[in-house]
Design a protein around this ligand. Structure first.
Ligand code: 5GP
Length: 126
């Protein structure tokens, strides 16, 4: 286990393979810091994932170990993606799952961008 509660970065994880172009994605944005693409199983009318270019397993790993430039560039990309998707006026939700209790499935840090409808309460306890 790493200090962030997850195994070390696995370069064969599905998002690493998407980053390398080995697996296709419906891309909405790419720059030096981030790649954004539609979630394969959308939970809301707009559901996009934004991932950093660097090899980071989780939010904890990313914010502890990425450079300040990479962190700033990543979050700027997240905001640009939401804007380019037309979500600024109606609003949107950003979410990241970190580790076991949050049910993180893919061990490459990612932020979900949800929008396109009223999203209701933030967290399900079930
Ligand atoms: P997590 O539970 O780790 O926060 O979310 C992982 C997300 O990745 C899920 O919403 C899932 O639908 C999405 N996902 C998993 N595999 C793929 C894939 O191969 N392509 C795309 N576009 N999304 C994926």
């Amino acid at each position: 286990m790493s200090v962030t509660g997850l195994p070390p970065y696995d370069p064969q994880n599905i998002f690493a393979r998407i980053l390398r172009g080995e697996i296709p994605c419906k891309r909405v944005h790419e720059d030096a810091f981030a790649l954004a693409f539609h979630d394969i199983n959308p939970l809301t009318p707009t559901h996009v994932l934004v991932i950093p270019k660097g090899a980071h397993v989780s939010a904890a790993d990313f914010h502890a170990n990425a450079s300040a430039e990479d962190i700033a560039g990543f979050w700027r990309a997240v905001a640009q993606v939401a804007k380019s998707l037309g979500l600024e006026a109606s609003g949107y939700r950003l979410l990241t799952n970190m580790g076991l209790d949050a049910g993180q499935e893919v061990p490459h840090f990612h932020v979900h961008v949800f929008g396109g409808k009223r999203l209701g309460r933030m967290v399900s306890a079930g």
